[in-house]
Design a protein around this ligand. Structure first.
Ligand code: UDP
Length: 481
């Protein structure tokens, strides 16, 4: 590092595992390149992050050439706060408290001569870019889903192509890069979505897209060339993924993670004991909670197929009012030779392990990118939102998956016989070989994208140059706009 104080970047994350992981990966990369990064999310998940990792509130950790620091804010107003009465949604509550907290932070750092030069947020906290622009600070958005999904929301928001509506619910959607059936669009946009609230929340980000100077996407040019290329005609987009590959590449000296749970210690040892390419890894991410009956069918499908498996059966998300899953009587005993059930796994390490044959996934974008970039074929089991679109891409475009489950909107049960048939199809024989071959091709492409001179590395370096230039009031020549 030179004698000048490092440039200070503030990262503000929505408090979900699938949001924190990619933003923290970006934060670690920026820190490793010599920036001072402050990572902010809510105290609600901060408690879990501190308990499960070596993270402390407000302490500064050296990472590569720079530094990383965490700060957490209490997102809830006190129940008796008089302002609470005038608010009618939970998000208005968080927005009010969050805006105040970030504004105070900006002033505090200004006063101590470590001013914030750039603020980066991820979707669901669209108000962050407003705080940034109110204070005259440049901001960037890290889009944590695919570029194709961004394109779907963009086209919906600007009414560029027809989408399913109350009167025409079954029409196809023609995006520039792909034709999506009515049940392949991000389903928060469908009129029959059980969760329209999330669609509204995501679209908020599209209202103020003119404010961020750059939209970063956790994807790579070789993977989503058409979507990225098309979007670059309208927005300053830069693909910088897969972020988790950058992360492991540049920060081997530090082991900072944003996990909300401690992974089970015995998993990797157990995988070492299994034959090569024999284990089916099963995980539905951090939020999805399958119906109990579906869990039973998966359990019997596993018993009947006799495959070896590692199954993450996590306790329900703390905000969901549902019962924890129970496994059929005798399941653990009957499968103890071949299977292992855990509450949380070190997923990147698991997917990178040579004993893993394939991944039964809900197709969250982080899980999808991790599988694809580590060369692991998938059995898709989407629940909602972008997961249904990711399924379409994983199976029909990237060629690394077979469809196993249905989205919650389709509300269909997969029987134990289907589970058995598809587990065998994805692990043995010609289909399994074809999927693996394609997955290994994507693994190589992902590695090339994050290698020196690769598309994502170039974009990341250009982004750091933009931050530097903006911090020193130098015109940002490298910006696409
Ligand atoms: N994850 C993990 N261990 C688990 C399950 C999930 O580390 O047992 C991580 C996974 O690697 C991914 C994130 O949690 O980075 C989940 O994000 P994703 O977008 O796949 O799904 P979401 O949880 O947002 O639905």
């Amino acid at each position: 590092m030179g004698s000048e104080a490092p440039i200070h970047v503030l990262l503000v994350s929505f408090p979900a595992q699938g949001h924190i992981n990619p933003l923290l990966r970006l934060g670690k990369w920026l820190a490793a390149k010599g920036l001072f990064v402050t990572f902010v999310t809510t105290e609600d998940v901060g408690k879990d992050m501190r308990a499960s990792n070596s993270i402390t509130d407000k302490s500064v950790t050296p990472v590569g050439d720079g530094f990383l620091k965490f700060e957490f804010f209490d997102e809830y107003l006190k129940p008796d706060d008089p302002i609470k009465k005038s608010l009618n949604t939970l998000t208005a509550d968080v927005e009010l408290v969050g805006k105040k907290f970030i504004s105070q932070m900006i002033k505090r750092y200004e006063a101590t001569n470590t001013p914030i030069s750039c603020i980066i947020n991820n979707p669901f906290y669209p108000w962050v870019v407003d705080v940034a622009s109110d204070h005259g600070i440049p901001s960037a958005l890290l889009w944590i889903q695919s570029a194709a999904v961004f394109s779907a929301y963009y086209h919906y928001f600007h009414k560029l192509v027809p989408f399913p509506s109350e009167t025409e619910p079954y029409i196809d959607v023609q995006l520039p890069s792909i034709l999506l059936k009515y049940n392949e669009i991000p389903d928060f946009l469908h009129p029959s979505s059980p969760f329209p609230f999330f669609g509204t929340l995501i679209l908020e980000q599209f209202k103020n897209l003119s404010k961020p100077f750059c939209v970063l996407v956790d994807s790579f040019e070789e993977l989503e060339h058409d979507s990225i290329n098309n979007l670059s005609n309208s927005i300053p987009i830069r693909s910088i993924g897969p972020l988790f590959k950058n992360d492991t590449k540049t920060t081997s000296t530090t082991n900072i993670s944003g996990n909300f749970f401690k992974p089970d210690d015995s998993i990797i040892e157990w995988l070492h004991s299994r034959p090569s390419a024999s284990v089916v890894y099963i995980s539905f991410g951090s939020i999805v909670h399958l119906p109990q009956k579906q869990v039973d069918e998966i359990a019997y499908g596993l018993i009947n197929s006799q495959v070896s498996f590692l199954w993450v059966l996590k306790p329900p998300h703390k905000n969901l009012e549902v019962q924890p899953h129970v496994l059929p009587n005798g399941f653990i005993e009957e499968t103890s030779e071949k299977g292992k059930v855990v509450q949380w796994s070190p997923q990147e390490q698991v997917l990178a392990h040579p004993s893993v044959a394939c991944f039964v996934t809900h197709c969250g974008w982080n899980s999808s990118m991790e599988a694809l970039s580590l060369g692991v074929p998938v059995l898709t089991f989407p629940a909602w939102g972008d997961q249904v679109t990711n399924t379409k891409f994983l199976v029909d475009v990237f060629g690394i998956g077979v469809r196993l489950g249905y989205s919650q909107a389709e509300n269909k049960m997969v029987t134990r016989d289907e589970v058995k048939r598809l587990l065998l199809e994805a692990t043995k024989g010609s289909k399994a070989e074809e999927l693996k071959k394609n997955a290994l091709r994507w693994k190589m492409a992902a590695e090339a994208a994050v290698a020196d001179g690769g598309s994502s590395q170039r974009n990341l370096h250009a982004f750091v140059e933009d931050i530097n230039n903006l911090a020193h009031n130098i015109p940002t020549k490298s910006l696409p706009f």
